[in-house]
Ligand binder design. Sequence first.
Ligand code: GUN
Length: 283
Amino acid sequence: MIISGKDLAREVKENIARKVASYKVEYGREPHLCVILVGDDPSSRTYVRSKGKAAAEVGFQHTELLLPAEITEQELIDKIHELNADVGIDGILVQLPLPKHIRKHRVIEAIDPEKDVDGFHSHNVDALWHKLPGIRACTPKGIIKMLDKAGVEIAGHHAVVIGRSNIVGFPVAKLLLDRNATVTIAHSHTRNLGDITRTADILVVAIGVPKLITADMVKDGVAVIDVGISHDPETGKLSGDVDFDSVEPKASVITPVPGGVGPMTIACLMENTLDCYTRKMQW
Ligand code: GUN
């Protein structure tokens, strides 16, 4: 079975849109998401545009702040502080990567944790590790929703996560652990990767190596979540970290690229923005 992230994302967004319509009557305004883009990296621009489109679909107010690549770290932080203080803004997101002269951690830490819709601020990361309420990162949240939707049993099963980034690998491993999976985290230094992936009931691949996972590296019935997205140098088409054509026949469920995890990340971003807004309004 191919899990359509697109279809599930549509369901999640329709749910949000219904809530926004009634909250708008109750609280007098809609949620407001502010997305900051520094510079004009083409892939980042595409992501930012998709986030704006999704915000419009669910009925949010949406501001896109396009800042020049030459902006100083302090100027960017000052801008974020302004947005933190603006009671009419519920969610703030700074698109990554940032230009080299800007320290990413300084910028992330400048965002009010209550408006950190990406879930990257150390308060929210701390909340994840301590199983406390907080904002969970969008891609990991989307992956769990996809597994649940597909009826994949997590508890007691072996989940292998390839990749250990703060955006995907680390947090998804923790969410799977909290759902009582036995979790192995593999990465670029892991030896004999196939010996490990062949033991996976659930395989999450988020390492950014096109077609790394081939049919001989998975067991029959595995649930495969492919977070990778890059251009195949031969065909120029988008490709995931999983060789879809060879792995799909062995998998019980698998996510396509594109149309898998990507749309769910954005749907969860909308969910996080709505949560920031309702927490504020219901305070
Ligand atoms: N760049 C790649 N993925 C992400 C993400 O989830 N959030 C932000 N802000 N930037 C990204």
